[in-house]
Design a binder for this molecule. Structure first.
Ligand SMILES: Nc1nc2c(ncn2[C@@H]2O[C@H](COP(=O)(O)OP(=O)(O)O)[C@@H](O)[C@H]2O)c(=O)[nH]1
Ligand SMILES: [Mg+2]
Length: 446
């Protein structure tokens, strides 16, 4: 069978369109759908989209790849192991320059990955690894793994420590890794067999035994001595064809066994990491925005109370501003409440706070609001202390409402009482009061 048809068959297995039904290509189709969904999700704010633009771009590329059904295979290994030659042999054409030491580059940043495509097989040629230091090697390995569905590790003899380390890194990325013992034309059949056995043993747990194969990407020309018609001996160099059939068979084997899902799996792993990242960013930015909103209301309420002092117990009852804050928070969290709902939520939280306040705080709270305030209390300072209490109450209400919203408008199994108590316990009351007092005083003095 020619190379073309082999890879076309492979492509057939990998392309959902060609198999026609979702059942024949369950992993790929479902994955393509979910990638599409992630890319088109209207709930992802534009700011986060642009922040993660590069990652979204990658998902887009992966989706394209899934739909085109390409298999991306990277060759990785030491300089001069024959990676470029092997890439060419697999592609069936001279796509990469052989004998060129890409690997003299010592900076991974400068190292480029070459790509060539033939009938749905995308080969990725990489610079050699032995000129790179450990960190750069690691970066390169991850970079390579990221863009490939499977990796062919090319060696031309027993593995060095560095090679084995690199192989471990690649295997850890969950891509199938094959080990090709190249230049096998340099070994006798016995040597070859024992070297393969030795390599299988050394890479146990990293590479499947049957995926360790001998190849000759570009066998040395064979020197033939011929007897010419003139009766003299002539030396003739005959180039031997590459021997990569065993490797190609393993690639196809893997593609057949799991190939339909390799690309989907890799895309899926990436997409799920991106999804996690997106939701973390969304949560972070919401939290930041919520903190800003709460602070604005704290300041407004703190200053209002300081200017117009009211009894401590009434602070919590002055709920108009708090309800407006909760309304705004509900929008930040994408779960808009009605005015009535946010009023009710503030009432529930306040009731819990009042219960807590009379049970454990009492006079103590007033004492700590006044802490640091020396004798000869000025009117301004007592007013600021009252304002600080209002501020503190607003922080508690804001944080409690936030928790309720983050949980999808729910207090959870343990209920409002427990949730509010936990919020109270988690916040450093004295530092909030101190900050509040300072901020309010700053404004009162103006
Ligand atoms: N004897 C022999 N030499 C090979 C074979 N494959 C590659 N080479 C030689 O190894 C050298 C390095 O090959 P290249 O593909 O450039 O290695 P790379 O640095 O890993 O990309 C070249 O001189 C090739 O001709 C092989 O199967 N047998
Ligand atoms: Mg090369």
């Amino acid at each position: 069978m020619s190379e073309g048809t082999l890879w076309q068959r492979l492509r057939g297995w990998l392309t959902p369109e060609q198999t026609g039904t979702a059942a024949a290509m369950p992993g790929g189709t479902r994955m393509a759908d979910s990638l599409r969904h992630l890319l088109d999700d209207p709930d992802i704010p534009a700011s986060i989209r642009s922040e993660l633009a590069a990652d979204f771009g990658r998902v887009e590329t992966m989706l394209d790849r899934l739909q085109r059904g390409e298999l991306h295979v990277a060759v990785f290994g030491r300089v001069s192991a024959g990676k470029s030659a092997l890439g060419n042999a697999l592609l069936g054409r001279e796509a990469f320059t052989v004998g060129v030491l890409h690997g003299t580059t010592t900076q991974a940043e400068q190292a480029t990955l070459d790509e060539a495509i033939q009938d749905g097989l995308v080969l990725i040629d990489t610079p050699g690894i032995n000129e790179l230091d450990g960190d750069a090697r690691e970066r390169l390995a991850f970079e390579v793994a990221e863009v490939s569905d499977l990796v062919v590790f090319v060696a031309d003899g027993d593995l060095t420590r560095d090679e084995l380390d690199a192989l471990k890194l690649l295997a850890a990325t969950q891509r199938p890794v094959l080990l090709a013992l190249n230049k096998s034309d340099r070994y006798s059949p016995d040597e070859r067999a024992s070297l393969i056995a030795h390599l299988r043993e050394r890479t146990q747990g990293l590479v499947r035994a049957e995926d360790v194969v001998a190849v000759a990407a570009r066998p040395s020309p064979q020197r033939m001595i011929e007897l010419g018609a003139d009766g003299r001996e002539h030396v003739r160099d005959t180039s031997a064809p590459p021997e990569v059939a065993a490797l190609r068979e393993r690639l196809l084997g893997i593609a057949q066994r799991e190939g339909k899902t390799i690309a989907a799996l890799n895309a899926g792993l990436y997409a799920s990491r991106l999804t996690d990242q997106v939701s973390t960013r969304i949560a972070e930015s919401r939290r930041q925005l919520a903190t800003k909103v709460i602070r604005q209301y704290c300041l407004a309420k703190g200053v209002a109370v300081a200017l117009n002092p009211i009894p401590v117990a009434d602070l919590l009852a002055a709920a108009g501003l708090d309800a407006a804050m909760v309304l705004q928070l509900s929008r930040v969290y994408g779960l808009p409440l009605t005015r009535a709902e946010s009023g009710r939520l503030v009432a529930v939280i306040s009731a819990q706070l009042i219960a807590l306040m009379s049970a454990i705080w009492g006079v103590h709270l007033v004492a700590s609001a006044l802490k640091g305030v020396s004798a000869g209390l000025s009117v301004v300072i007592t007013a600021a202390a009252q304002g600080a209490l209002a501020w503190y109450a607003t922080v508690l209400i804001g944080r409690a409402a936030e928790r309720y919203l983050v949980a999808g408008k729910s207090w959870g199994e343990l209920g409002a009482k427990r949730a509010v108590a936990e919020i109270v316990a988690s916040l450093d009351r004295d530092s909030i009061l101190r900050e509040a007092r300072e901020e309010i005083l700053k404004r009162l003095k103006r």
